[in-house]
Design a protein around this ligand. Structure first.
Ligand SMILES: NC(=O)c1ccc[n+]([C@@H]2O[C@H](COP(=O)([O-])OP(=O)(O)OC[C@H]3O[C@@H](n4cnc5c(N)ncnc54)[C@H](O)[C@@H]3O)[C@@H](O)[C@H]2O)c1
Length: 258
């Protein structure tokens, strides 16, 4: 035991002397923000319009590394996996159709969720349970009950959460708020809000942006068929309450109180 210790010490001294004589360079990428040990490993769930924008922004962050993407739309998935691999010059970014497979990966620290509003709660709660920190698009949730369940899941699992209301945190908006709060423009008597026209294709997402996948085409066709009657009804401006009555009349199914 003692002999071993001596040998080890001698070896260590010899190594130390050698190291002192020869210059010893540690590449900066092992010490800086982009050192692999310091990078936050990320997965993306939903990479449509906003998700792709979020991906572009996170790809610019040297302290993040995107490892995987999940999207039910094959075209969105392929396009964005390629974008990540091109950016890193690798083939390491893994595509998933099912976000649960992405969440099962132990090497992912955080996820960015940019699915449609009604698909925030399920992946967010699953991500919290899988011990991932979460950046999720606004609005927080589709219903109040979903929101409460999401907050519970995040707190229970001690996760970090940010809602993607970026207009609350970017520099120019914050500066404007500070100017108002600190009285630089005097007492505010009237506020006017102007909203840009923005993205106008929420229902048929993908149509504006060129080709879309077979699954999405089928989904849109089914959705249009399902809502066709509703659209026509709303164009005639009938009161909402009469809708059930008209559906029953059309289908011949009459309501029998139980
Ligand atoms: N912060 C902002 O300024 C801002 C702006 C626009 C939209 N948003 C929000 O971003 C979210 C996404 O909006 P968008 O316009 O990008 O919608 P989108 O339809 O363009 O993109 C949604 C993506 O999620 C995918 N998806 C749907 N269900 C999924 C599932 N279960 N698993 C995996 N992928 C799934 C779709 O295939 C699609 O690629 C919405 O909540 C929206 O309100 C935020």
């Amino acid at each position: 035991m003692k002999a071993n210790q001596k040998i080890n010490r001698r070896q260590a001294l010899r190594f130390g002397a050698g190291a002192a004589l020869s210059p010893f360079f540690i590449p900066s990428r092992l010490l800086g923000d982009d050192a692999p040990s310091k990078q936050i490993t990320m997965g993306f769930i939903g990479v449509g319009w906003m998700g792709e924008g979020n991906l572009d922004a996170f790809l610019k962050q040297r302290d993040c590394r995107v490892l995987a993407i999940a999207d039910v739309d094959q075209l969105h998935l392929e396009k964005n996996v390629k974008k990540v691999n091109d950016r890193y010059h690798t083939k390491d970014c893994t595509p998933y159709k099912d976000f649960r497979e992405l969440l099962a990966r132990k090497d992912i620290d955080a996820v960015c969720i940019s699915t449609p509003d009604h698909w925030h709660a399920i992946p967010a709660i699953a991500a919290a349970e899988a011990k991932k920190d979460i950046y999720c698009e606004k609005p927080l949730s589709h219903t109040f009950a979903e929101g409460v369940a999401m907050v519970d899941a995040v707190r229970r699992n001690h996760r970090i959460w940010q809602t993607g209301s970026w207009q609350r945190s970017v520099a120019n908006f914050r500066q404007g708020t500070e100017l108002v709060l600190n009285g630089y423009i005097g007492k505010i008597r009237r506020v006017e809000v102007g909203l840009p026209s923005g993205h106008s294709d929420f229902e048929h997402t993908g149509l504006q942006r060129g080709p879309f996948s077979q699954e999405l085409a089928l989904e849109l066709q089914l959705r249009r068929r399902a809502t066709d009657g509703l659209d026509r009804a709303s164009r005639r401006h009938r009161p909402l309450g009469s809708f059930q009555h008209r559906v029953r009349r059309r289908t011949g199914r009459h309501h029998r109180p139980r």
